[in-house]
Design a protein around this ligand. Structure first.
Ligand code: MN
Length: 523
């Protein structure tokens, strides 16, 4: 739907906060914000359905050749069609249809072979035609489903439909006057409508994250929350547990932050329960979420706004698809995130948590697999795969986040991290030294072998050199040695530390441990 009255500054702030949160990779089902338990709702049960408007990342608009590029000057990306000049006729953007089919297939939908564009009539100044071109009774995609994990539990949300439509323009209000920017008018959207299957705030946010992730995997939507490429409308109602019919629902419109989806839904559930408890009536209406006050407020009553008088747009032919065309698009589908996470667990033996974090973004998952490949099976393939996961999830992600980079712009390639893990696996460097190697690779971009050679970081595996260092440490620590020999075996940590210090951290920790115990025992 249109009405961009709601594109307020605070919504943009929300998107910014979300963009920051996203940069620090939030694993599916591993987040800790909000409550996932519905216990706090007592006898009540929340019922939530979400409509997502995803902007398809085509170069031109849904029905004309005007550019969709973000950030152009006001009313620069417009033409006769999206400004509704008399006689201007719409032409369907083939790429938008292709992207919509692709997403529909990824959501497990049936693709309707003959879908129809309809006019949805309403008056708004930022909608010059007086109607929005959408799909009504014959949408492109229907009957799909989305799976995701929430706190380790697999959830399944049905997709009722996904249809193509155009966005409206944007009005901004300045006291005595309003301005209209039609750059967004005609921007291609895929509206993805879930069934009323969602049962809580955290589940709502995770569902939205999952759809967002799939869109990004397919590369059919840039997913940019700040620029309005992904917006959620949440339909919320509550009912007493055991009831089988739905009560009046309220729609919270245009939320472009996952965190605010969670908070808005949470607020709305509690508000409705409170209304029922105090005997107040819930009216069907559209509400907006105010993140500063953390509350929803009424925007307009839906009762009079509901008659859109849909009818098939006589300016547009139905979209007729052949099986071969759909199959051709199906063949381009990448491995989807959840499937990929499951394969990571099976193929690399990494924990579920790791697999979900690493598959948050396609590029990150690709990066991880390149690291594993470059590390090679070595002596312990499973240890190398887990080491790859640890280095990518912690050391690399930390550096990337701090310098606002991504795996795509990372100064260290996957190949170099993999080779560094191979050096640990072969015993050339210790895990501790690897931290130094990693830091050096980050700043100089050199490969790990060169760093190790130039800095003389090769692990000391020469037993006699280590034995000499141990002898020196024992000679310099008579009190500790006596205490250890008298039974205070915990002191072994002290000795290991001293020997590692004496060898500048380059001694093989395994050998140090082994030889120390022998020497301390008096052998
Ligand atoms: Mn819509």
């Amino acid at each position: 739907m249109s009405s961009n009255v709601t594109q307020a500054a605070n919504v943009t702030q929300a998107a910014k906060a979300d963009a920051r949160a996203n940069a620090s990779v939030n694993p599916a089902g591993a987040h800790t914000t909000g409550s996932t338990s519905t216990a706090q709702y007592g006898d009540y049960e929340p019922i939530i359905g979400i409509e997502i408007h995803a902007q398809l990342s085509t170069k031109s608009k849904m029905f004309c050749a005007a550019s969709t590029e973000f950030g152009a000057g006001d009313n620069e990306n417009i033409c006769e069609v999206d400004t509704a000049m008399p006689g201007a006729l719409p032409v369907v953007n083939k790429r938008a249809v292709e992207f919509s089919i692709k997403m529909g297939l990824a959501l497990g939908c049936e693709i309707r072979k003959r879908s129809v564009f309809s006019r949805k009539q309403y008056f708004y100044p930022d909608l010059p035609k007086g109607y929005q071109i959408s799909q009504f009774d014959l949408p492109l995609c229907e009957h799909g489903n989305v799976e995701f994990f929430l706190d380790g539990v697999k959830k399944n949300v049905s997709i009722t439909r996904a249809h193509m439509e155009e966005d409206a323009g944007k009005s901004t209000h300045h006291g005595e006057y309003s301005l209209i920017n039609l750059n967004r008018a005609g921007t291609p959207l895929l509206e993805i409508v879930s069934g009323p299957d969602i049962r809580g705030p955290a589940e709502s946010a995770e569902y939205a994250r999952t759809v967002h992730k799939i869109l990004r995997y397919l590369d059919v939507c840039d997913g940019n929350l700040e620029e309005g490429s992904f917006r959620c409308d949440c339909n919320v109602s509550v009912r007493k547990k055991g009831e089988t019919t739905l009560r009046t629902r309220v729609e919270i419109k245009n939320i472009n932050s996952f965190r605010f989806v969670e908070k808005a839904v949470e607020y709305e559930i509690l508000r409705q329960i409170d209304c029922y408890e105090t005997g107040e009536k819930i009216v069907q209406e559209t509400r907006l979420y105010d993140p500063d006050k953390n509350r929803t407020f009424a925007m307009r009553s839906k009762e009079e706004a509901h008659d859109y008088r849909y009818f098939p747009d006589p300016d547009l032919l139905p979209v007729e698809l052949e099986d071969a065309y759909i199959d051709q698009i199906r063949a381009t589908l990448p491995e989807l995130p959840l499937k990929r996470a499951e394969r990571f667990q099976a193929a690399y033996g990494i924990p579920e948590y790791d697999s979900l974090v690493l598959t948050q973004e396609k590029e990150l998952a690709d990066f991880y697999e390149y690291v594993v490949k470059a590390a090679g099976p070595g002596k312990d393939a499973a240890a190398n795969a887990k080491a790859a996961s640890n280095w990518v999830m912690t050391d690399l992600m930390r550096e990337l986040n701090e310098s606002k980079k991504t795996v795509v712009t990372s100064p260290i390639s996957a190949d170099k991290i993999g080779k560094m893990i191979a050096l640990i696996d072969s015993g050339t460097i210790s895990g501790k030294i690897a931290k130094q190697v990693f830091a050096e690779m980050w700043t100089s971009g050199k490969d790990p072998e060169t760093v190790v050679k130039e800095k003389g970081l090769v692990q000391i595996t020469d037993t006699s050199a280590i034995e000499r260092a141990i002898d020196d440490v024992i000679a310099a620590s008579p009190n500790e040695t006596t205490a250890y020999r008298a039974g205070k075996e915990k002191l072994v940590g002290f000795f290991v530390g001293q020997v590692m210090k004496a060898t500048k951290g380059q001694a093989s920790p395994d050998l140090v441990n082994q030889l120390l115990k022998k020497k301390l025992a008096g052998n």
